[in-house]
Design a protein around this ligand. Structure first.
Ligand code: SF4
Length: 187
C-alpha cells in the first residue's frame, strides 16, 4: 500500500468533526496520481456526497470544460476540497474546514502539485491567508509556502452572473498562458 492509499483509507473513516454523522461518503479526490495542477474547492455538494467524487455536479462540468480548454492531460490535474464531508444545506462550515485542514495539507504534500488553484474565496483564504478578496486576486499568480498559487472564482459563481462567467473565461485564458512552464517544471 502506498502512502497515498494509506492516507485515503484513513480519510475515508475520519470522524474528526460532526459532519461525519450526516455524510454518505468522504469525498477525497479525483484526478491523476502526480498532478501538476491541483484545483481546491470548498466542500462536497449533493452529487459529490452521493458519488464520493469531488466536482461531479453542475460546477464540476464547468470545471471539466475549463480543464479541457487548458489542454491538461488526464494525469496532469487533480481536484479536491477544503473539507471532505457535505455540510447540511451546503453552508460553508469553518469548523469542518479547520478540522479537515491537516488532511488538505497531507493531500497537497503527497500529491506534490506544481501549481495550486483555489476555487473561490474560502479555499483562497486557506491557501493564501491574508491575501485580498477573490475578485481582486483571481487570475493572478502568487507565491506561498506551499508553492505557486493561481486563484480562480468558484465555477458555480459563473452561473449566477454574466460578469463572473466573463471573468472566469478571462482568468482561465490567463492560466492557459502560464501553464506550459509549470508543466515543464520551470517555475
Ligand atoms: S469534514 Fe474532514 S475532518 Fe470532518 S469528518 Fe469529514 S473528513 Fe473528517
Amino acid at each position: 500500500m502506498t502512502d497515498w492509499d494509506d492516507a485515503v483509507a484513513q480519510m475515508r473513516v475520519c470522524r474528526r468533526c460532526p459532519l461525519a454523522g450526516s455524510r454518505r461518503h468522504v469525498v477525497v479526490y479525483r484526478g491523476g496520481s502526480r498532478p501538476s495542477v491541483l484545483f481546491v474547492g470548498e466542500a462536497p455538494g449533493k452529487s459529490e456526497d452521493e458519488t464520493g467524487l469531488p466536482f461531479v455536479g453542475r460546477a464540476g462540468k464547468i470545471l471539466d470544460r475549463a480543464i479541457a480548454e487548458l489542454g491538461l492531460r488526464e494525469e496532469d490535474w487533480g481536484v479536491t476540497n477544503e473539507f471532505m464531508c457535505r455540510p447540511p444545506g451546503n453552508v460553508y462550515d469553518r469548523h469542518a474546514a479547520s478540522a479537515c485542514r491537516p488532511w488538505l495539507d497531507l493531500k497537497i504534500r503527497l500529491l506534490g502539485p506544481r501549481l495550486l488553484v483555489p476555487l473561490g474565496a474560502h479555499p483562497l483564504r486557506a491557501l493564501l491567508p491574508g491575501t485580498g478578496p477573490i475578485l481582486t486576486v483571481a487570475g493572478t499568480l502568487h507565491a506561498s509556502e506551499r508553492g505557486p498559487v493561481f486563484p480562480l472564482l468558484h465555477p458555480a459563481a459563473t452561473v449566477r452572473r454574466i460578469a463572473y462567467a466573463e471573468r472566469w473565461n478571462h482568468d482561465v485564458a490567463q492560466l492557459r498562458e502560464l501553464l506550459p512552464r509549470f508543466l515543464r517544471g520551470e517555475h
